[in-house]
Design a protein around this ligand. Structure first.
Ligand code: GDP
Length: 179
């Protein structure tokens, strides 16, 4: 899909347990062009950011749950049409890592079969509170065939990279399909 200002427009979603840092990751990434918008009918928020890949301008529309996951109220429409997902857990709360498989199941049930999924262990700055080892994230990502990164939204570590990995991969798949 394209509009006047970009060559490709993609929808992507953020998922994961409550308070893992999804909103902070989004505001970090979208910081310069942050027009946080709301869709009151479905209770989600989203932001856009343009990224240049070669001579193409890619516009990522990134949806945030706006806390809906707390009530298990994420509906099919949240996932519909999304080509990428950033699945976030908090490295200081093991339970958020244990729930990753549940989120994956949901993605596979409702999402596009070719959806690019990036697994993100956030809050890497909180070293003393770490409950999930880097290797655990890596192993899970390997088994489930996901990209993986640890990030700190607070200290702006790997945030750009995590989103760019997702966007680049989506673009590759989309441009191959349109060949
Ligand atoms: P969401 O519910 O998943 O959207 O999580 P939020 O983005 O609202 O963040 C939940 C809490 O974690 C807030 O108090 C944030 O300030 C904090 N937080 C988010 N990311 C980080 C991070 O990378 N490091 C630290 N130390 N705190 C973070």
């Amino acid at each position: 899909m394209a509009d006047e200002e970009c060559d490709y427009l993609f929808k992507t979603v953020l998922i994961g347990d409550s308070a893992v840092g999804k909103s902070n990751l989004l505001s970090r990434f979208a910081k310069d062009e942050f027009y946080l918008d709301t869709k009151p009918t479905i209770g989600v928020e989203f932001a856009y950011r343009n990224t240049k890949l070669g001579d193409k301008i890619i516009k990522a529309q990134i949806w945030d749950t706006a806390g809906q996951e707390r009530f298990r109220a994420i509906t099919n429409s949240y996932y519909r049409g999304a080509l990428g997902a950033m699945l976030v857990y908090d490295i200081t709360r093991n339970e958020t890592f244990e729930h990753v498989r549940k989120w994956l199941q949901e993605l596979r049930e409702f999402g596009d079969p070719d959806m690019v999924v990036v697994l993100v262990g956030n809050k890497s700055d909180l070293v003393d509170l770490r409950e999930v080892e880097v290797e655990d994230g890596q192993k899970l990502a390997e088994v489930e065939k996901l990209c993986f990164l640890e990030t700190s939204a607070k200290e702006n570590v790997n945030v750009e990279d995590a989103f760019l990995q997702m966007i680049t991969k989506i673009y590759k798949i989309a441009s191959q399909k349109s060949l």
